[in-house]
Design a protein around this ligand. Structure first.
Ligand SMILES: [Zn+2]
Length: 150
């Protein structure tokens, strides 16, 4: 018997945990996602309103876009610049482990999209003695507190 494939995400029912209710063409993962994250057309309206507020301020930049050089943040930068037509400032936190490939991706993305970019780098001593333990343990709330107190 052929696997049933989701019409939205292409997962199929041979994958453990992926099921289809009745004749639905949409899988349980997509339905669960919709139930968890809500109505995206409403969220899109909210996002457009936020962008409109930013544009009306007529600042040098409308948004700050964290950019790692990976495909996810590069795509967000693309969306902000080309789809939402925002004036972007891309920012990369240089933790000392950025690969040359990532740096090249950052340069390519910013050049092609016409986006200004800055690297943010902390003193190595501060980074490794005070911040790295927070990063390792994923305690972002404490990290933010530390940054504001620094
Ligand atoms: Zn699906």
């Amino acid at each position: 018997m052929d696997a049933k494939e989701c019409s939205r995400c292409l997962l199929n029912d041979r994958i453990p945990g992926v099921t289809f209710l009745g004749d639905s063409q949409v899988c349980s993962v997509c339905i669960n996602y919709d139930q968890t994250w809500g109505n995206w057309s409403e969220k899109r309206k909210e996002l457009d309103q936020i962008f409109d507020i930013a544009r009306k301020k007529k600042r040098s930049f409308d948004v700050l876009v964290p950019l790692s050089g990976g495909k996810d943040s590069s795509y967000v930068l693309y969306l902000c610049r080309r789809v939402f037509n925002l004036k972007c400032l891309a920012v990369t936190f240089d933790n000392g482990f950025l690969s040359d490939h990532a740096k090249q991706n950052i340069s390519n993305a910013c050049d092609r999209l016409g986006v200004d970019h800055v690297y943010f780098r902390l003193d190595r001593g501060f980074l490794y003695t005070r911040l790295w333990p927070f990063l390792i343990h994923g305690c972002w709330a404490n990290l933010l507190k530390l940054l504001y107190l620094a």
